[in-house]
Design a protein around this ligand. Structure first.
Ligand code: PHE
Length: 454
């Protein structure tokens, strides 16, 4: 029988605070600082931001509570957690597929995440070497173009990133995951504030704020709503079992609702701060807001290149971004690694090596998407763009629908009430309405529209 009085064989967080920091570490990453600003730019600014925030509040928070709840009750890898919970609630064993599906999505995401993580490594080197000093918008674009244009350089940094990820994963939850995050996350936050401070000096700060926050509904399309929703799942790490597995290490005494809200608020603040730092720089340097994946790497170097102490701060920024990416990449692969350990009796080291190798190889497709394969498109998208679309826009929301349906409809009310253990009766009722009706219906409507059903 599942019971959260037991512990996971893989370990347990030492406190509620470590859980919040670790889950925030998993959530805050390239998604907030690299992806959110560039998606906002592609989709024209404020309307996208507004929909994004709505998705986080109405779908993200209840979904996160559901995932933590399932994980804590199951206490195993998502596949086995779903198996145990299906049995507990007399549901079909087919629900295990949620676990398989999510585990696979995590590997797919990591394969491209690692390439972008490699960019942060490369940019640490650029910064230390003083390559940002005096840079203008054009110079930054050339620097980036040369960098991603070289397939060997791309594979090299991707390989480095993969090695540092799998090394930490191989060492396990206690020694590996916990230590780094508790003080490095706040440091990243402070550095983002410094960047926002710089953005204030560009003379374009108000224009940036206006772009981000004054709603312009003329920019709203089905695609931008779909992308904002997918980004909410991606940024909060929902729909694929990461939060479920982090939930499985949560002590019984932790309030799931409080922790979930804290994580979502923190994650959203980081994304908005990144936007507030980046867009004023974009406008001040006549850069293109809709530049796409290059946006962060073409703007931030300009800021540091023209700031006192820029080499030091720039290096620090990319180091902290690397760490944020690192804590997320660890969480992307944790479901696959624990699955290999539980299902195939591997040691943590063996599991990390096999899963790491497969993911690393797949990453070549993304590493080449910016150079030798940039013209090789399917559905008019590169390998990288297809992977990103498939995972963020389809797999995570789909996984989310199933998780919501299971938590809201198949898990008995007694069980979910017991596990969430909320002080407020009203709070529980709101959660239950959101998870039973709003989340599955809203996500389905957006997905069906995206695939052209209506
Ligand atoms: N949320 C992470 C980010 O924003 C990415 C991620 C997605 C991590 C899914 C784990 C699971 O960078």
């Amino acid at each position: 029988m599942p019971s959260s009085d037991q512990q996971s064989i893989h370990g347990q967080w030492s406190s509620r605070w470590t859980f919040i920091m670790a889950a925030t570490g998993a959530a805050v990453g390239l998604g907030n600082i690299w992806k959110f600003p560039y998606l906002t730019g592609i989709h024209g600014g404020s309307a996208f931001v507004l929909i994004y925030i709505l998705c986080v509040a109405a779908l993200g928070i209840p979904m996160m509570m559901a995932e933590v709840m399932l994980g804590r009750r199951g206490r195993q890898t998502p596949v086995n957690t779903m198996r145990a919970l299906a049995a507990e609630n007399n549901a079909s064993q087919g629900w295990q597929l949620i676990g398989w599906f999510g585990t696979f999505a995590g590997m797919l995401i990591l394969s491209y995440y690692s390439v972008i993580g490699g960019w942060t490594l490369g940019y640490i080197l650029h910064s230390v070497s003083g390559n940002f000093s005096g840079l203008n918008g054009n110079g930054a674009s050339t620097l980036f173009g040369d960098f991603v244009g070289n397939p060997f350089v791309q594979v090299g940094w991707h390989t480095m990133f993969m090695i540092i990820t799998m090394y930490i994963v191989a060492r396990g939850v206690k020694s590996g995951l916990e230590k780094a995050v508790t003080y490095l996350m706040p440091a990243l936050f402070v550095l983002l504030l410094v960047l926002v401070g710089y953005a204030m000096t560009t003379g374009y700060f108000m224009k940036g704020l206006d772009y981000l926050f004054t709603p312009d509904f003329s920019q709203l399309t089905g695609t931008s709503i779909h992308t904002a929703m997918g980004q909410a799942f991606f940024s909060l790490s929902l729909g694929m079992g990461t939060i479920m597995i982090y939930g499985s290490y949560v002590p019984k005494s932790t309030s799931i609702a409080g922790a979930s809200i804290a994580i979502a608020v923190f994650d959203t603040m980081v994304a908005l701060l990144a936007g507030m730092a980046i867009f004023p720089i974009v406008f001040a340097n006549a850069l293109e807001p809709g530049a796409g994946p290059s946006l962060l790497f073409e703007t931030i170097p300009v800021a540091f290149g023209n700031m006192a102490g820029g080499t030091l701060f720039g290096t620090l920024f990319f180091v902290l971004l690397l760490i944020a990416a690192w804590t997320s990449s660890i969480s992307l692969i944790e479901p696959a690694v624990t699955l290999m350990i539980e299902k195939f009796n591997m040691t943590r080291w063996q599991a990390a090596i096999w899963i790491g190798l497969a993911t690393w190889l797949l990453g070549f497709g993304t590493a080449f998407s910016f150079n030798i394969w940039s013209e090789a498109t399917v559905f008019e998208m590169t390998f990288f763009e297809n992977l990103d679309y498939l995972t963020s826009n389809l797999m995570l929301p789909l996984g989310g629908i199933f998780i919501a349906v299971f938590a809201g409809w198949l898990m008995t009310k007694d069980n979910s009430q017991d596990e969430l253990d909320m002080k407020s009766e009203v709070g529980y009722s709101i959660w239950r309405i959101l998870i039973r009706f709003i989340a599955p219906i809203a996500v389905s409507i957006v997905l069906l529209h995206a695939i052209g059903v209506y």
